[in-house]
Design a protein around this ligand. Structure first.
Ligand SMILES: [Zn+2]
Length: 125
């Protein structure tokens, strides 16, 4: 954070705004946590753990809706749909089901995901 969200004064390291006195400690902590969870999310994806990456980016966004985290979330959604089609094509049902659950964490419940669940249930029976 470079400027006070209350009065727009330039901020130094202190969590107290030098102009209006607002205590920005909590805001700064949330900002830091958002950055840290986004970094965990990126690292987990690199390490091949897309499931953990999904959980971490959702966590990052719960602390702050940064443009970077939003962008990474949309990237993950596209990536996970591709992974879903691949696992369906290769009949890896439990994996497909996990991916659908991850997409639900990213997007919330929707009709497409309900249908994927039905499809997986039908094909794997
Ligand atoms: Zn201020």
């Amino acid at each position: 954070m470079q400027r006070c969200p209350a009065c727009n004064a330039r901020l130094a390291e202190s969590p107290i705004c030098p102009r209006c006195g607002a205590d920005l400690g909590r805001v700064m902590r949330c900002e830091r946590l958002a950055e840290q969870w986004l970094s965990v999310s990126l690292q987990c994806l690199q390490a091949g753990r897309a499931d953990v990456s999904v959980a971490a980016v959702v966590r990052a966004l719960s602390f702050r809706q940064t443009p970077e985290a939003k962008l990474f979330k949309s990237f993950l959604i596209r990536r996970q749909y591709r992974a879903l089609y691949e696992s369906l094509g290769q009949k890896r049902w439990p994996e497909a089901s996990n991916i659908v659950n991850g997409l639900r964490k990213l997007q919330g419940e929707n009709e497409a995901l309900r249908r994927f669940d039905e499809l997986i249930g039908y094909l794997s029976a």
